[in-house]
Design a protein around this ligand. Structure first.
Ligand SMILES: [Zn+2]
Length: 190
């Protein structure tokens, strides 16, 4: 992985805001350090901001998890395992956008480190179609959404924090909050 590819992946995650210039500078170092911190499930090295082989391997794994695959129970970040996002149809299939993992970690921090329960993560399109009221092009079918419950917080309170940490789509439902990383802002009440 060259520096351009590293910068592009970090930018995709929203951690790097500089130019794709193939140059390791302070912005790249800062973004790398944040990645190493937030994806500590995948990255086991030192938090040093240096995108060495361990960091590159973790970046590769984080992005590979976004494609639909059988869950291997991989720990994606400190607090989230891909098993938590597996489709509820019994297939064992899962897809998890790395931005979703990152935002969930930030949301957890913003909510005072209360554990977040993912009640629905990835859904195969076929399974999603069986759910009453689910949008056909639901972000769940592309691994970019999580319905979450946090003890001690109402769905509306979770939604307010989700907005602060930069989730794109946020829906407030009776017993949970839908959070997604669709790439543009959307707000609704379910
Ligand atoms: Zn949802």
């Amino acid at each position: 992985m060259n520096m351009n590819e590293i910068q592009e992946k970090l930018r995709c995650l929203g951690l790097y805001t500089g130019a794709i210039d193939d140059t390791f500078g302070p912005l790249t170092k800062n973004a790398t350090g944040k990645f190493q911190t937030e994806f500590s499930g995948l990255y086991t090295g030192k938090i040093d901001g240096i995108p060495g082989p361990l960091t590159q391997a973790a970046l590769t794994k984080a992005f590979a998890a976004a494609a639909v695959h059988k869950s291997t129970g991989a720990q994606l970040s400190e607090h989230f395992n891909e098993n938590e996002f597996v489709c509820h149809d019994g297939s064992g299939l899962v897809a998890v956008d790395p931005r979703l993992v990152l935002k969930l970690e930030l949301l957890r921090e913003a909510l005072g480190s209360k554990p977040i329960t993912v009640t629905s993560g990835y859904r195969t399109p076929a399974y999603n179609a069986t759910l009453p009221g689910a949008a056909r092009d639901s972000q769940h079918t592309v691994g970019k959404a999580a319905d979450v419950v946090v003890p001690g917080y109402t769905p509306a309170q979770v939604a307010a924090k989700a907005a602060q940490v930069g989730f794109d789509g946020i829906g407030v439902y009776q017993g949970f909050t839908h959070c997604d990383t669709r790439g543009y802002s959307a707000r609704w009440n379910g």
